[in-house]
Design a protein around this ligand. Structure first.
Ligand SMILES: Cc1cc2nc3c(=O)[nH]c(=O)nc-3n(C[C@H](O)[C@H](O)[C@H](O)COP(=O)(O)OP(=O)(O)OC[C@H]3O[C@@H](n4cnc5c(N)ncnc54)[C@H](O)[C@@H]3O)c2cc1C
Length: 335
């Protein structure tokens, strides 16, 4: 017999795994589907903010951070193509954390599986194949689930982000994460040093740039790399940079994370919003759960309390034992 699920989550990025985990913790039967086999690479600079760390604590409680954090910095730099360094090594009270998405996303998925989610590797092309009370679209910026939504997200407002991963020797010595302005309109470029590698990227609104984004990225790479940029494979992926869907709820469908268009319009940060929306979606679906649980207990009590034979007995016990009367009074007064 095929197993039935109360919720199917399409996509095992941060949004999908957090949503699945939270639903499974509420005793829901959850299936997470992803087209990739995990661990899988994910094009991303992997920067987590302090609020992402807080959010992860809210969702999972204690976490062994060594398992997921590659490096952390409370210092960063800003460079402008025309004006040079705007600052070198400015420190802040807050930290920036870098993760490798292959490790990070797999960590979150394993948490969801440990909480009771089933996982299946499958490329979803048609929602008709999915049978569950609830379908969560956590399938990223090119979401298939979102196609059932009207109106769809305006894809022209998408930003494209491009990246390479290079060995540290390919770049002048860089100690801290560095943001570069002046290479792209309505966006920025970056060099983020991880423990073993550097992540070099550029992202911005395509509609605000006359030149092809790849050409802009190549110009940037020529400036920052010591080696020939052609040695690296340039990969690009859309970023929903302020074109969120206003109502990410339709029938039994919900959208979370990039599928709902949730990346910060100013910074492009998307991981935090993926985690938060995954968590909120799961919570909102079953937010009456504590009340319902209490009511299940009360219903059992009611059936005992009012069953004709037992009720007579209880009335006699109440009369005979003041402690029982007090218990009933406490119950009535909601203690
Ligand atoms: C180059 C680049 C750099 C970035 N850097 C940062 C950064 O430093 N910090 C930050 O906060 N954000 C960054 N972002 C944004 C961030 O990557 C996303 O906002 C975040 O990954 C969204 O998470 P998600 O779970 O919604 O979707 P995703 O992480 O995209 O996960 C979606 C999942 O769905 C699966 N999937 C897709 N289609 C299907 C299908 N048809 N069937 C089954 N499975 C499917 C995919 O395989 C994937 O595993 C960056 C983005 C890019 C492109």
């Amino acid at each position: 017999m095929t197993k039935t699920y109360e919720a199917i989550v399409v996509g095992a990025g941060p949004a999908g795994s957090v949503c699945g985990y939270t639903l499974a913790k509420s005793n829901k039967r959850v299936l997470i589907i992803d087209k990739e086999k995990f661990p899988r690479p994910k094009l991303c600079a992997g920067m987590l903010t302090e609020k992402s760390i807080k959010m992860l604590k809210t969702v999972f409680g204690r976490i062994n951070w060594d398992e997921i954090i590659d490096s952390s910095y409370n210092t960063f730099e800003i460079y402008h193509r025309r004006y040079g360094f705007i600052n070198r090594g400015i420190s802040s009270r807050n930290k920036l954390y870098l993760v490798d998405r292959r490790i990070f996303d797999n960590f979150l998925l394993q948490k969801a599986i440990q909480a009771g989610c089933d996982f299946q590797q499958k490329n979803i092309v048609d929602l008709k194949d999915l049978k569950a009370d609830l379908i969560i679209g956590a399938d990223g910026a090119n979401s298939v689930v979102r196609r059932s939504f009207t109106p769809e997200i305006n894809r022209r407002d998408y930003s494209l982000a491009l990246e390479i991963e290079a060995e540290k020797s390919a770049i002048e010595e860089i100690k801290y994460p560095r943001i570069y302005f002046g290479y792209v309109n309505y966006g920025y470029a970056w060099v983020f040093p991880r423990r073993d590698k550097v992540v070099v990227g550029l992202g911005g609104l395509t509609a605000k740039n006359k030149e092809n984004m790849r050409d802009l990225f190549v110009n940037f790479l020529k400036d920052v790399l010591k080696t020939d940029y052609r040695t690296y494979r340039i990969l690009g992926y859309p970023l929903p940079f302020h074109n969120f869907i206003n109502r990410p709820i339709q029938d039994n469908l919900r959208l979370v994370g990039d599928a709902a268009g949730l990346a910060d319009p100013l910074t492009g940060e998307g991981i935090y919003y993926a985690i938060e929306s995954g968590y909120l979606a799961a919570q909102s679906i079953y937010s009456y759960q504590p009340i319902h649980q209490a009511w299940h207990r009360a219903k059992t009590m009611r059936n005992i309390f009012y069953s004709p034979l037992f009720h007579l007995l209880i009335i006699h016990w109440l009369k005979a034992d003041q402690r029982l009367c007090r218990w009933y009074f406490d119950l009535l007064s909601g203690v």
